[in-house]
Design a protein around this ligand. Structure first.
Ligand SMILES: *[C@@H]1O[C@H](CO)[C@@H](O)[C@H](O)[C@H]1NC(C)=O
Ligand SMILES: *[C@@H]1O[C@H](CO)[C@@H](O)[C@H](O)[C@H]1NC(C)=O
Length: 482
């Protein structure tokens, strides 16, 4: 796909073709459950790990650290002298910063759990080369990016049979963060959600200062590289200029999470390592697009407490999950989509919101055009300096009427809705729209068979183009006017 595919000429966007990029709903739970089911068992098997007792697990985590990126320091800093960090786990375990400690006021000899000393972190300063530090390249620039015509790609992350393939993919470095034509509206919507819900959607606990600064700098470095006409760092990287919103942010004064809120329409959830247990806890984030839960309710919790409502988590998943977090390297970020069907385009819908009860009944007056597929496109990566494991999400809405001419998509979804795992379908609350979605998809399936878009005897299976579908690029380019 050339980058120019996103750039468009004079076509206007048909109003029905707008997989709006809303901020990510992607529930943290969804991401994690997914990881648990697919990635984790694999990691364990490949490393030949035997289940171990609780007490030895805990001891092990306290001295288990992620692969360190410190060896790259020489390249970046030259021979600037400062108190050196270490790669030695025992030294690290003895001198690592407390969970609550603010690195800005810590002794330069103290260590971040990534092995860097506080002195080294200070020497790196603002906006170090995160591509080099993380091993994930910066994106390809799109110098003539046209925001008004930009659409997110048409993700249809449906799989059959569910256990057959891993939908977890390597992150495509060009698509860590995507800006598209709902940008201005989405930023305003997120700012309004924050104005109303405050700390329930945006919060940073003590000790997350480095992680917050780092995620902000990485995100800005990304968008300034990818969309050079839209975002610019000036004044020795002290000021961000947003040419879409015509705003300037003083990065030396403004809270990093607020800089993200005002410029990047995606959610960020940051997990940091608790040195007393070696387990990762939710310590900072912005989540304006959660459905069924909200940030304020989960803040500060470790993975087991976050997942206490997930069936079988403790028995079957806790060990694998914690283990995955302790080891995840910075240069192996991953991406995936999770899906749900919604009435309208709800972005922020915690379980206590009265509208959430819509899920408990089947509205008879509902029409196909009232229902959208919501895809939460999610990425997971570790930051190289703070070591935070960061999920970021964006929610994309597509009216289900779009599927009529998307080859195999109606049949595949129908199969999943009819024969998929009951617990998963319940978790996704598909029942409240099924009475409309299923007959609509059945009609589209007939249409596709009659019009040669699919074979009469096609057996639903995960598409080779997954998470897309045959012909998606043409449709997407047409929509963006290429
Ligand atoms: C280290 O830095 C000093 C001055 O800052 C310079 O003269 C010297 O050549 C540098 N040494 C190396 C090995 O780069
Ligand atoms: C500003 O940040 C860029 C990377 O985003 C870096 O290459 C450059 O050296 C920085 N400039 C200053 C003055 O720090």
């Amino acid at each position: 796909m050339s980058n120019n595919a996103r750039i468009t000429s004079n076509f206007s966007i048909p109003p029905t073709v707008s997989p709006a990029l809303i901020l990510g709903t992607a529930t943290v739970l969804g991401v994690l459950v997914f990881l648990l089911k697919f990635l984790l068992p694999k990691c364990q098997i490949s490393k030949g790990q035997e289940p171990v007792s609780v007490s030895s697990k805990q001891t092990e985590y306290v001295t288990t650290f992620p692969p360190s990126q410190r060896s790259l320091l020489g390249d970046i800093l030259g021979n600037v002298s400062c108190v050196p960090g270490t790669d030695d786990p025992t030294a690290l375990a003895h001198n690592v910063l407390d969970l609550n400690a603010d690195y800005r006021h810590a002794d330069p000899s103290k260590l971040v759990f990534t092995g860097f000393s506080v002195g080294e972190i200070h020497a790196l300063g603002s906006f170090p080369d995160y591509a080099k530090l993380s091993g994930v390249p910066l994106p390809t620039p799109i110098p003539d990016f046209d925001l008004a015509k930009a659409l997110a790609r048409p993700f249809r992350p449906f799989r059959w049979a569910y256990h057959q393939t891993m939908s977890l993919k390597k992150l495509e470095p060009d698509y860590w963060i995507e800006i598209e034509n709902t940008y201005v509206e989405r930023i305003k919507q997120r700012q309004a959600i924050y104005a109303k819900h405050g700390k329930d959607v945006l919060k940073a606990l003590p000790g997350s200062e480095l992680a917050c600064k780092e995620i902000m700098e990485m995100a800005l470095q990304f968008v300034c590289t990818r969309y050079p006409r839209q975002f610019q760092l000036v004044d020795g990287n002290r000021t961000l200029v947003n040419h879409i919103l015509h705003t300037r942010d003083d990065l030396t004064k403004k809270d990093p999470l607020l800089v993200l809120l005002d410029n990047i329409p995606e959610d960020f959830c940051m997990m940091l390592r608790d040195p007393t247990t070696g387990i990762y806890c939710f310590r900072a984030g912005i989540i304006c697009s959660s459905v069924g839960w909200y940030l304020g309710d989960k803040m500060g919790l470790g993975m087991p407490a976050i997942h206490k409502t997930v069936p079988d988590y403790k028995e079957k998943m806790e060990f694998s999950m914690d283990r995955f977090f302790t080891k995840m390297p910075t240069d192996k970020p991953i991406q995936r989509g999770s899906w749900a069907f919604e009435i309208g385009e709800p972005l922020y819908l915690p379980a206590h919101d009265p509208e959430f009860n819509n899920r408990n009944h089947q509205e008879q007056s509902l029409r196909p055009e009232d229902i959208s597929l919501r895809v939460d496109w999610q990425t997971l990566r570790r930051l190289p300096l703070s070591g935070a494991v960061v999920f970021n999400f964006k929610a994309l809405f597509t009216p289900i009427t779009e599927f009529r001419n998307e080859r195999y998509v109606p049949s595949l979804i129908l199969k999943v809705l009819s024969e998929g795992n009951e617990a998963i379908l319940k978790y996704k609350s598909t029942w409240h729209v099924e009475h409309v979605v299923k007959p609509t998809l059945a009609e589209y399936e007939r249409y596709q068979k009659e019009n040669g878009l699919m074979e009469e005897n096609w057996e639903p299976e995960t598409l080779a183009e997954s998470p897309f579908f045959p012909g998606w690029e043409e449709k997407w380019k047409l929509s963006t006017g290429c």
